[in-house]
Write a new protein. Structure first.
Length: 679
């Protein structure tokens, strides 16, 4: 982001060196704290010196009705004002050198030119030029600019500190268990494979798998899930979450840069530093506004001198006011602040943005294509029935054989069959083979056993046997032994309660919701009808999903595709916006524009609506920043001078600073809404 890259210009040279040294050891917020301290110190010193400058200024004495004669007062004024100019104005003067060196004049250029012209003119008057000095206006202008930047940096820090909160989630130490001994060690010494003990109320020190204990874990700062999640042996834990009342033992899987939290922080930083098209537009507008300000400032000076017949002091004041009030800082911060807030808040809610342009394009989405299993449904299949189509085998034997070949598969249907047969002794499988999107097969005791889908039977032109007709809500797979169709197994997958609200929220905003699944048409239709979907695709193999995305796009739809980030990679890449869902700690779902930690359909809806809200905030800030200048520039130039309305440089500086703070506050109002009740 241009503003964040250039903010070091505000610092004096020695603090720039300190900043460059600290980058390797501190995060971005440390940079802001250095700037805040510097502006605060310069403001207080300059403010104290401004008091005698005001007291010694003839115009102030005349306005307040008193006279104070001090020998050599004009030279005392010059000396005090010189210190305020060089000490208080140093961040701006240094910024001028940097901006001109990069041939990118901006905010610091405008402020520096304004205070420099005022100082040089007033100094010339002090030493003989005819006219009135400009010292008190110069001092108050510097004071207000310093105060404005101080307040502004505090707003920026407050708006951007969500990322720092993420970094602070990890504890400093961990309890490592070796044998019967437990030792407290620094987090940096934790290694993959270590067994860690997590006591009630403690932060989870690392990613891993629970190998002992039971508890409820608060993952709200990582996934946005407000309720504690029940965790048992075999469940995955994310470092940074907070343990509940139970004691847990964790086998470490990822540490350091490989941990989920480290990847999220890296992803957020990269996303914040990546310019979207909207940011590029704002950068060009800010540069253009700088050129306009310089041009209008010079034109104002010449107009009042040559046409308006005013003296040099009045004309310089008008030019300085134009340049200060037109500073493009609000415009320069309009997008970066929204980016900082939106990226960090989305990460805190388990919505990880990899492509900012795609995220901001959420406003254009006309159709969301939901993968059914594990997103709209719970994805935890349970065996509902076993139908025999040939004699010679018992149902229990069929389950045993089916579970044996399915145990090497990660498909939800496979897990359902294996779970149903968990009390049975499973035989050894040889020559296991996965048929992508069609089933699995292998050799068991000299017999070729396959568990296959209805689509595979259709592909092989095998008719469905009697009793295997599709039923609404039931997914059916078939068991072949040595090429003979012996039995079929029915499994049911319940619709998630959250799916209803997620679909309604999108449809309420005119976004069509479609479902895509490899299930049979009857099952797909039952789920789609229950949820009130706008359409569905059934019996679709993974490699065919991208064709369905293309089909919707050919109808003129702007498609957001949701998938698991692995099997659905081509479809995610084909869609205008690819959303990898339920990726858990797999942050690097390469084909996805956005990664969702959970499989909750509410998160898909929240993401899309948050993307729309983020874009609205950007537009609001841009409208404010540009609209403010449309009104402010003519007023600063003195267009309403005849009506008695004239802005001083100090008032112009106050209005400029206020506009920047308004932009910062507006950015902070962004909120991820997880349910309809929050809207």
């Amino acid at each position: 982001m241009q503003d964040k890259r250039n903010e070091h210009r505000h610092m004096p040279e020695f603090e720039q060196k300190q900043h460059r040294h600290s980058v390797g050891h501190h995060d971005h917020s440390q940079h802001h704290r250095i700037m805040i301290r510097d502006f605060r110190r310069r403001f207080y010193v300059s403010l104290i010196l401004t008091i005698p400058i005001l007291v010694l200024s003839p115009l102030i004495q005349e306005i307040l009705g008193f006279t104070l004669l001090v020998p050599g007062s004009r030279y005392v004024l010059f000396a005090l004002s010189s210190f305020v100019f060089f000490f208080g104005g140093w961040p701006f003067l240094r910024g001028l050198v940097d901006e001109m060196g990069q041939k990118r004049p901006g905010m610091m250029t405008l402020i520096s030119v304004a205070i420099s012209v005022a100082y040089v003119y007033s100094g010339a008057v002090t030493f003989g030029l005819e006219g009135k000095p400009f010292f008190w206006e110069l001092a108050t202008l510097v004071d207000i600019m310093l105060a404005g930047h101080w307040i502004e940096m505090r707003s920026v820090l407050s708006a951007s500190n969500a990322l720092e909160k993420l970094a602070r989630l990890m504890p400093d130490t961990a309890h490592r268990k070796r044998g019967e001994h437990i030792q407290d060690i620094p987090l940096s010494e934790v290694q993959k494979g270590d067994i860690l003990v997590i006591k009630p109320g403690e932060k989870i020190p690392s990613d891993g798998i629970i190998v002992g204990g039971h508890s409820y874990v608060d993952e709200s700062m990582l996934t946005g899930e407000s309720k504690p999640v029940e965790k048992n042996i075999g469940d995955r834990l994310i470092g940074g979450a907070i343990n509940g009342d139970g004691s847990l033992e964790l086998e470490v899987q990822n540490t350091g840069e490989d941990s989920y939290l480290a990847k999220v922080i890296k992803l957020v930083r990269e996303s914040q530093e990546t310019k979207s098209r909207t940011q590029g537009l704002a950068d060009r507008a800010a540069f253009g506004l700088t050129i306009v300000a310089i041009t209008v400032g010079v034109a104002t000076l010449l107009s009042w001198l040559l046409i308006g017949g005013r003296d040099l002091e009045f004309s310089i004041a008008r030019m300085a006011t134009v340049m200060v009030i037109t500073c493009p800082h609000a415009l320069g911060l309009a997008i970066p602040l929204v980016v900082a807030v939106s990226t960090a808040k989305s990460a805190q809610n388990g919505l990880l943005i990899r492509n900012r342009t795609a995220f901001e394009n959420a406003r254009r989405i006309s159709t969301v294509l939901f993968d059914k299993t594990g997103t709209l449904t719970k994805g935890t299949f349970e065996v509902s029935d076993v139908v025999m189509h040939e004699d010679g085998y018992e149902k229990e034997k069929i389950l045993q054989l089916a579970a044996a070949v399915e145990q090497s598969s990660e498909h939800p249907i496979a897990r359902g069959i294996v779970k149903r047969a968990e009390q049975l002794s499973l035989p050894e499988v040889e020559e296991f083979q996965a048929l992508k999107g069609k089933g699995v097969r292998g050799n068991i005791g000299g017999h070729r056993v396959a568990v296959i889908s209805p689509g595979y039977l259709k592909e092989q032109e095998i008719d469905l046997p009697r009793g295997a007709e599709a039923r609404a809500g039931v997914t059916r797979v078939f068991v072949q032994i040595d090429g003979r169709l012996i039995a079929s197994i029915g499994l049911s997958d319940a619709i998630r309660p959250e799916s209803y609200d997620a679909i309604r929220r999108l449809q309420k905003r005119g976004i069509k919701c479609w479902m895509i699944t490899g299930d049979n048409r009857e099952t797909a239709e039952a789920v789609a009808t229950e949820l009130g979907m706008d359409g569905f695709f059934a019996e679709v193999l993974p490699h065919q999903k991208q064709d369905k995305v293309a089909e919707l796009q050919e109808r003129g739809e702007f498609v957001a595709m949701t998938g698991d980030g692995v099997n659905d990679a081509p479809a995610l890449a084909k869609a205008q916006i690819g959303i990898a869902i339920g990726s858990g700690t797999d942050v690097a779902a390469e084909t996805a524009d956005i990664v969702l930690v959970n499989s909750n359909p509410q998160d898909v809806t929240s993401l899309i609506l948050f993307g729309q809200a983020t874009y609205r905030k950007m537009v609001q800030n841009l409208i404010w920043a540009t609209g403010y200048n449309v009104v402010a520039i003519p007023l600063a130039a003195g267009i309403l001078y005849g009506a008695g309305l004239l802005l001083s440089p100090a008032v112009g500086a106050l209005l400029m600073s206020l506009s920047t703070v308004i932009v910062a506050i507006n950015a902070r109002l962004l909120k991820v809404k997880k349910s309809a009740q929050e809207e």
